[in-house]
Each structure stands twice: as C-alpha cells, then as structure tokens.
Ligand binder design. Structure first.
Ligand code: DGJ
Length: 744
C-alpha cells in the first residue's frame, strides 16, 4: 500500500492493489476537491486531468471566477454557506451565531500503521506494516479551529477507514452541530442503495432501492443504533450481484444515534455521508478541547456484495474484535430465557445445566430474573444482587455448582437500566434520563440510567464488580431493552444537552472497557432486545451479539442472511429453540433449527430436559458436529448462495482458507410437489481440487461444483420402485453438505 503526495500540485493518492482514492487541494480556496474513489488505477504524477469544470448558473466563491462554485466541484469534506447548497459534512455555530466555516488546507502527515481513537472503538493493526494513515490538517482562521481528516488504507484489504477531529484553538467556545465521519462525492448516480432495515424480531432485512434525486437516508435518533436501521449502507451498480460487480460499503463503528445519508444532486452527483446523527446533536467545544468522530469503514469491492461482506467479516473478526476471545473457539451455550423466562429456581437451572452437559454443551447462561424481586419485567433492574428465594446459594454458589458439573457459567445483566422499585432508583432518582417538569415515558417498565455521568458508570461498575469478584463467571450477556425518551441530563449544563446521546454511548463504552480490563477472560455477548445494537462499535468490546429475539429457523434465514452483509459468523448469536416457536408459533424440524444456527455462534435456548430421548440423541449429534466444524465456520470464507428475500430456496456456505474443506447449508422453506430438478452452483472452491461430498458419497472437482453445482434432487436411478416408500421432507427441510478434499 502507498500514500503518494505530489507536493507541487497538492494531490493525494491512497492506493493498494485493489483500491484508489484521490483528492487534491483547490488552488484558490485551499479547500479539498475529491477526484476519484474506486478500483485501483495506476499512479500518475498528477491527476489534474480528472478535474471537471463547467460554467453553470451559480454563486461562485471568487469574483470573476465562474468555475469556483463549490456546488459544482466534488468535495472531500463539504461545508455549508460558501456556495455549496447540498447537505454539508460538518456544521458549526460560533460565538456570533454564524454557521459558516472555511477550513483550508494547511499541512499533511503520513503515519505508519493506524493510530487509536481516544475513547472510541475502532479497527486496528497489530503491525505497522498492515496499514498507513494520512492525516490532513485544515484550519479555519476565523473560528481559530483545526480540522483533521484522517484516512487509513490497509495494505491487503480493500478498506479505507476515515474519521475526523475538530480542535478549538481559539479563546471562545463554539458548537459543533454536525460532524460526519466521512463524506464521498461520486460523479454519477447509477446506483442502488442497499441497507438493513427491520423491527424487533425481524432485524436486518435487506432493502434495496434505486437512487433518486434528493435525499435518501437511514438513521437512528433512539439512543441506540436500533432495530429499525443498522449503521451500514452500500451503493451497488445495477448489474452488481452477490458475486460480481462494483459495490461501495459504508459502515460506522458506533453504537448510538447515527445518520447514513445519500444525496443525489441536480447534476446526478451522489454524496454519501455517515456519522453521528446531527439531529439532536450539539457539542460545545471549549478552547483547547477537541472532538473526535467515530470511524467510518469504507469498503470497495468489484466482486459483488459477497466480496464486500468478506472484507468486512475478516476485518471485523480479526482487527475490530479484540482480546482473549478474539481467535478462540466459542463455547456452545445453553440459555434459559425461552426455557423458563422468569420462572426458575436453582434446582431447575441445575437440572437444565446437567442435561446440557450430558448433551455436549459447554456454557450455561442464566438470563433475566436472577436478581432483586424480578418475577416479570416490571421490576428490579438496578438491584444487582441475587434473589435468595430462587437462588439460595446465590450466584456464587450456583456458579460453583456449575463448575462442579463441568459447565462454564454466564450471567445476564442490563446495566444501563433501572426500575422504580429498586434501591438504586430510591437512592438516585435523578440518575435517570428525563426532562425536568415533564413526565418520563416508559419502555418495558424501566428507565435509562444517565451513563453520560461518570458517577453513574462508576456505581454500576461497582455493583457488577461485586457479583463478578466473588463468582466464577466466564460470560456476560449485556442486554438493553428500551430506547431513549425525553433526553436530558441533570449532569450537563443547559447549552450541553445536545451532547447527551453521544456522551451516553461513551459511558457505555467506558463501562465495557473497565470490565474488560479487570476481567479480560469474560466473553461478552451484546444484546438489545435482540439486534437493536448489533453494530461494529460494540463488536470491539463484545465479539458476539444476539442477532434477534426471533429464534424461528425460517425467520432466522432472513435475519442471519441480512446480518452477514457486514458481520462475521463468529459474531452472530444463534440458538436452537423450542417448537412451536415462541415468536411465530411455527413448527420446524430440530435438524433445520440446528442447520440454521450452526452458521453463527451456536447454542440452545429451550428446556432440554423436556426433549424426547430421540431428540436428545439428535442434540448430542449436533453439539458433536458443531465442535468438529466450528473452526471452519468461524474462520472460513462465507458465501451467500440463494437469497431468502427472493426465493423459497435458501443457501449459504463456508469454505476453509486452504479450500480443502467446505460446509454448505441448503434450506427449502415450503415443500413443493413434483418439483423441478435443482442444481446448486457453489463458490470459493479450488477448481482443481477433488472434493468428496460426505452426504452423497460422491466425488467432484471444484470446477464442476462451481459451474454445474451439487445436484440437489434425490437420485432414483436403478431404484425407481423405492419412490413410493420414500420419506417426504415436508416444509422447512434442510440439508448440510460437507465437502472435503480427497486424492484419487
Ligand atoms: C431481551 C433479550 O433479547 C432476550 O434474549 C432476553 O434476554 C430478554 N431481553 C430478557 O429480558
């Protein structure tokens, strides 16, 4: 990878084998002009020939210069009020009430590797050879402010990471009201926008729409990234498929209110921006202080959506997730939520755990209901001490009994919340997020603690620490079940109320950081009523996330398919649950439930003591199977083959890095009578390797499997008579195919 700077023409070219990114300094105004982002092109001493200027009816920056309208020049980090009328990437209000900025190029520096971001999660390098960072410093002399635009290009990844930092070098405070992490002006609008939309129990549904003139956006103003949108969008060309064609991905390493906005202007220029949502945001930047924006990870792929996804998977699995669990096999867990809800005692828990152990599970997770007087969802959040009626030996005693059974033990917390009936609320009623003189709205009978305040984070840390110190806890499920309302903090000055949502998320990150520092071997799984905070920001702390409260295998096909657009299988929390399913009441075969859940972190969430002997045998086989295959599933390359949003047949597969092994999941939602023949072309195999398909006992070269495919229909050659006695698979059937290299 290289960052080339032509000092004379003031041009910057970041490139590696796969991508190029080019911008320059405008001669007169010293602002930055964007020239190109896309497939790698050869470096040239100058790219001035890419400058496009037309004289159009417009306002121009300089008298007599009819081509100095910023509206008609592709911008690098656009500003408001100086001839560009499109939405800007940043906005400031200063001490005279002006909203104009004019950040002009001052200097640059190139840093080997990738600097960390203070107090914010970000991707990283382990060796400075892995990436290089370009920092551009701009100065607004009226505002007495510096702006640093940061670009990291990885050597062997089609990734450019961006963030910005505002510094106040003057004597007066000013207010930041918009601080995008990245902005790109593309010269045309021939794109479709893909994003992940949803709601509780149906997260991460893939949405695709052709760009139109004007603004299209995804966002959250809920205090969390939300069920409704994921902080990710992609622009794909019309002919881009899963495996071919161009796509640009934008993913924000952030967990709070965000905005991803695409504006197509009247000349068909497409401006993409991503960052903290400016709605509700106003940050007072005092003299000498700086403001750091979150990181936006931009991926360019010319190998289709799947190519983009694989880049995100590898980066987020190995250079965003951190710590003890990053590269380790994750335990197969059993969670008691759908097994018991709030209704359990130690005996019940231990009986599930004992059976779980016998069936091959490795970690027991005690979900909601173990503390205070929590018998339903109306009480006790914040009273983080065990309910002795349910658990006479406390969490400590239970965790010891778990260890004695040979099971690891995990515990559910919802650290950011409080219920009215608790000691915590009684002692600190002013710690909730609420606006004075206005009624606080309810969500699941609970309030949000004001994590923008240090003393609140400290207090919750000490409550959790008290439990963790004395017990043997190897896993924490960190839940978050309501959005923010009446946002206001008694800990912030009147003119700083617009800082609350961002400070809140910084408080959440701080608590994670403190817990990880003290308990580095605890595996965290983040959760927010399912997938409302499935985002890259939290993957930095919790390498896995509960993808959805919907555990139905058929619904999960869509949810996991959508989630896989950005997130690696090693992060996707997926469980086998009971039938009829608790969310949609559907009855699916236990094989299919496992065949879907294998493509994630894998676990169980049902009362396994109630399974029949036959089902228990199946579960035993499943846990054994997953233990054999989990390395391949977490480390291999994931390929989406058949799309559940478009078809009754769904398929995906994982190929090992050495391409010697692969696992293919094939799912048929509804059974069909007298159906057509099916061939399923595979991906990512070595065309010259000979593979044995375990389930078929047949061997095939990779080229055949990728170009012709696996023949999916049953083969009745020479046994046509058996047709009448065959077992019909029925609705929701599935098959797993295992491929292994063999030698003739
Ligand atoms: C919502 C989570 O998504 C569920 O898995 C469960 O932990 C409940 N909260 C508990 O209240």
């Amino acid at each position: 990878m290289t960052i080339k700077v032509n000092q004379q023409t003031q041009e910057f070219h970041l490139f590696n084998n796969q991508v190029s990114y080019i911008f320059r300094v405008l001669e007169k105004s010293n602002q930055l002009e964007h020239l190109y982002y896309g497939k790698r092109i050869k470096h040239r001493n100058s790219f001035k020939h890419l400058i496009e200027r037309e004289v159009r009816p417009s306002c121009n920056m300089f008298e007599g210069d009819h081509t100095s309208s910023l509206e008609h020049i592709n911008q690098e980090y656009p500003s408001f009020g100086t001839t560009d009328y499109r939405y800007p990437a940043h906005m400031v209000t200063n001490n005279i009430g002006s909203q104009i900025t004019n950040y002009q190029y001052q200097t640059y520096r190139i840093i080997p590797g990738k600097p960390t971001l203070s107090n914010l999660p970000a991707t990283y390098v382990e060796d400075n050879e892995e990436a290089e960072t370009l920092e551009i410093t701009l100065v607004d002399e009226v505002l007495h402010s510096k702006l640093i635009l940061s670009y990291t290009i990885y050597a062997n990844r089609n990734v450019i990471c961006r963030n910005t930092k505002f510094i106040n070098e003057g004597r007066e405070a000013f207010y930041l009201t918009n601080t995008m992490s990245a902005s790109v002006d593309f010269p045309d609008d021939q794109f479709e926008m893909l994003h992940l939309a949803g709601a509780w129990a149906r997260e991460a549904h893939v949405e695709l729409q052709r760009l139109t003139k004007g603004i299209q956006s995804i966002y959250s103003a809920r205090g969390a990234s939300s069920h409704a949108h994921n902080p990710f969008l992609a622009l794909k060309r019309f002919d881009t498929t899963e495996h071919t064609g161009e796509v640009y991905g934008f993913s924000l390493v952030y967990s709070g209110n965000f905005l991803g906005q695409v504006e197509v202007d009247t000349y068909s220029v497409t401006r993409v921006m991503m960052g903290i949502n400016p709605f509700q945001f106003k940050w007072k930047l005092n003299p000498t202080k700086s403001f750091q924006t979150p990181e936006c990870v931009m991926v360019y792929s010319n190998e289709g959506l799947n190519g983009m996804s694989q880049t995100y998977h590898d980066l987020y699995r190995t250079r965003l997730a951190r710590g003890f669990w990053r590269d380790k096999e994750r335990p197969i867990l059993i969670n008691n939520w759908e097994a018991t809800y709030f209704n359990f005692n130690e005996e019940k828990i231990l009986s599930i755990a004992k059976t779980a152990k016998e069936l091959g599970m490795e970690l027991f997770v005690l979900d909601d209901g173990w503390f205070g007087e929590r018998h339903d969802d109306t009480s006790s959040l914040g009273d983080w001490f065990e309910n002795k009626e349910k658990l006479p030996n406390g969490i400590q005693g239970l965790s010891e009994k778990m260890e004695a059974l040979g099971m690891k033990f995990g515990l559910w917390f919802e650290p950011e919340m409080v219920c009215k009936d608790t000691k915590l609320f009684k002692e600190h009623p002013d710690w909730i997020i609420a606006t004075p003189n206005r009624r606080p709205s309810h969500g699941r009978n609970q309030f949000i603690l004001d994590f923008s305040r240090e003393e609140v984070v400290d207090h919750i840390f000490s409550l959790m620490d008290h439990i963790l110190e004395k017990s043997k806890i190897s896993y924490i499920k960190w839940d978050m079940n309501r959005y923010m309302t009446e946002p206001y903090s008694l800990g912030l000055a009147i003119d700083q109320q617009g800082e609350l949502a961002h400070r809140y998320i910084l408080g959440v990150y701080k608590l994670y950081e403190r817990l990880i520092e003290k308990y580095p071997e605890i595996l965290f799984e983040s959760c927010a009523g399912g997938g409302a905070r499935f985002n890259p920001g939290l993957l930095y702390y919790a390498p896995q996330a509960w993808a959805s409260d919907d555990t139905d295998a058929v619904e999960r096909l869509k949810i996991q398919y959508g989630t896989s657009m950005v997130y690696p299988l090693s992060s996707i929390g997926s469980h086998v649950s009971a039938v009829p399913n608790h969310q949609v009441h559907r009855i699916t075969p236990i094989d299919t439930r496992a065949n879907v859940a294998y493509f994630g972190t894998f676990g169980y969430e049902l009362d396994i003591t109630k399974l029949s002997e036959e089902e228990k045998e199946k579960v035993k086989e499943q846990t054994l199977f997953f233990k054999e295959k989990r390395q391949l599933i977490r480390n291999g390359h994931f390929y989406r083959l058949l799309n559940p949003f478009e078809s009754n047949d769904v398929s995906w597969m994982v190929v090992s890095n050495d391409r010697k092994e692969a696992i293919v999941g094939v799912y048929k939602v509804l059974a069909k009578p007298n159906d057509k023949y099916y061939r399923l072309p595979l991906k990512g195999l070595d065309p010259d390797k000979l593979y044995k398909i375990a389930e078929k006992e047949t061997t095939h070269y990779g080229d055949e499997l990728m170009n012709i495919g696996i023949i999916l229909a049953d083969d009745y050659t020479d046994r046509a008579g058996e047709y009448w006695s065959r077992e019909k698979a029925g609705d929701f059937s599935s098959t797993i195919f295992l491929l292994k290299e063999v030698h003739e």
